[in-house]
Design a protein around this ligand. Structure first.
Ligand SMILES: [Zn+2]
Length: 94
């Protein structure tokens, strides 16, 4: 039964022929390339996530008086950053 398609060449693959890497399916021939594509995508997403939290770098977010004031000011940003990005969820197929 054909249930997969290679991500690279779109060849139809059945259970025995399909290789899977982080949710991406490849034929035997393109497995290495699909791993590379997938890792590249993943790094891009992780970089995006990192940029989102950059705003907090060097800011006192401890429980000191200043830290508490900062946390209050940055509350919307903190909430955005603590939420998992939809893109990462999509990537992981959840
Ligand atoms: Zn292929």
């Amino acid at each position: 039964m054909i249930i997969y398609n290679c991500r690279k060449c779109k060849a139809p693959l059945d259970d025995n022929e399909a290789y899977e890497y982080r949710g991406a399916v490849a034929c035997a021939e393109h497995f290495d390339e699909v791993i590379e594509m997938r890792d590249f995508e993943r790094n891009e997403i992780i970089q995006d996530e990192h940029n989102k939290t950059k705003v907090f770098e060097g800011i006192d977010l401890t429980d000191s008086t200043i830290g508490k004031a900062n946390k209050k000011l940055l509350k919307p940003n903190i909430e955005i950053a603590s939420r998992e990005s939809q893109r990462l969820k999509n990537y992981e197929g959840r």
